[in-house]
Design a protein around this ligand. Structure first.
Ligand code: ZN
Length: 168
């Protein structure tokens, strides 16, 4: 199991407000998810299916690279883990799977995602596998976002703060 650390290249000076598939590279606003990260997301979704448990990891940024950290398997994913990155890195995103349910943010997922640049969720709802990255819109007020997540719920409020990018 162990933490994987693989690079994702980030494209500088480019702002693309939508996703783009280019040799399996998906661009989330300014961040590029390389194929190895997407492959890991898919692999963990397969494990989710096999074991009916949640899987996930954090995504840290160091300079222009994104690094996968704190991969969790099974029940420990459901527990609030101390998460984080190395001192010279910043926590920018995460990925987790939903063994049951869709790839949409739950209210508690949204509460966490408000502090990140993006949060990706994989699901196998009704046997249809998909992965959606919820990318925070520009200029979001983090405390408003967190308050709305708890008080009004993600069903109603997620679209105001996040844009959905289909990865799979
Ligand atoms: Zn979730």
């Amino acid at each position: 199991m162990g933490t994987t650390s693989r690079e994702i290249r980030r494209i500088k000076n480019v702002f693309i407000d939508d996703c783009k598939f280019d040799n399996m590279v998906v661009i989330l606003n300014r961040i590029t998810l390389a194929d190895n990260v997407i492959d890991r997301m898919k692999t963990l979704l397969k494990e989710t299916k096999k074991h009916n448990l949640e899987y996930g990891f954090d995504i840290c940024r160091k300079n222009d690279n994104l690094i996968m950290r704190n991969e969790c398997h099974g029940t420990i994913c459901s527990i609030e883990l101390p998460r984080g990155c190395e001192l010279d890195e910043k926590l920018v995103g995460d990925y987790h799977t939903h063994p049951r349910g869709t790839s949409l943010l739950s209210s508690s997922d949204m509460h966490v995602a408000c502090k990140l640049d993006f949060s990706c969720i994989g699901s196998r709802y009704k046997k249809h596998e998909n992965i959606i990255c919820h990318v925070k819109r520009p200029n979001v007020n983090v405390s408003d976002c967190r308050e709305d997540a708890i008080e009004k719920g993600a069903d109603i409020m997620a679209d105001k703060y996040f844009k959905k990018i289909n990865i799979l």
